[in-house]
Design a protein around this ligand. Structure first.
Ligand SMILES: CC(C)(COP(=O)(O)OP(=O)(O)OC[C@H]1O[C@@H](n2cnc3c(N)ncnc32)[C@H](O)[C@@H]1OP(=O)(O)O)[C@@H](O)C(=O)NCCC(=O)NCCS
Length: 177
């Protein structure tokens, strides 16, 4: 049975149990400020080497400064999670908070968990005083279409620091004000 709750620093090791498997058939890139979709097959079979460990450090720092970590568990197994950082990002004339993590395990996708977690993350960003949610999205078509369907818009100028971290990501925001 699924249950959901706030996560703490002790739960961070559970994040690597999320099954990231995905068959990606197409990606987006930006061309002259417009999204261009192009076919490219990529099989994601799990966490790339070192990424779960790196993410754990990022999530620990985020938790320590007051970030929001939230998960859906099937028994004791974490199957979906969302994280919002409390750091303020100024962009698009708004004070934004970043969606630091959103993943749903493969077997649990397509049943509303992603949408629910995204809605809770947006609520949380608003509670932190945010006027919008910053999303640095993996450029796969599925991911970008998911966020755009939920109301995210393309940022004309990505945050320079976040862009340096993920230059291939599609940088989006959801206006909350
Ligand atoms: C993207 C992701 C979080 C979506 O979660 P999910 O639980 O499968 O999505 P939901 O079932 O809540 O779907 C929510 C809405 O998005 C739509 N949607 C979901 N996947 C979609 C896709 N691949 N393409 C287009 N729309 C999609 C659904 O149709 C639904 O809209 P509807 O209510 O109008 O039908 C999930 O697929 C995932 O974890 N993917 C891999 C990791 C990832 O890309 N994370 C984001 C990193 S930035």
């Amino acid at each position: 049975m699924l249950n959901e709750r706030l996560l703490t620093a002790q739960d961070i090791p559970l994040f690597k149990l999320i099954d990231r498997a995905e068959l990606i058939e197409a990606f987006y890139r930006l061309l002259d400020g417009q999204l261009l979709c192009y076919p490219q097959r990529e099989v994601v079979s799990g966490w790339p080497p070192g990424e779960a460990e790196h993410d754990a450090l990022v999530l620990q720092a985020c938790d320590q400064r007051g970030g929001w970590l939230y998960g859906v568990l099937d028994e004791q197994r974490l199957v979906a999670a969302a994280v919002v950082d409390c750091l303020v990002i100024h962009n698009a004339g708004l004070q934004l908070r970043q969606l630091k993590f959103l993943h749903v395990s493969q077997a649990y996708r397509g049943r509303g968990l992603g949408q629910r977690l995204f809605g809770l993350a947006a609520e949380q960003a608003r509670r932190m005083g945010g006027e919008g949610l910053y999303v640095s999205a993996t450029p796969s078509r599925n991911t970008v279409d998911f966020y755009r369907r939920l109301g995210c818009e393309l940022l004309s100028v990505p945050d320079p620091a976040l862009y340096r971290l993920e230059p291939e990501d599609i940088h989006l925001y959801l206006r909350l004000a």
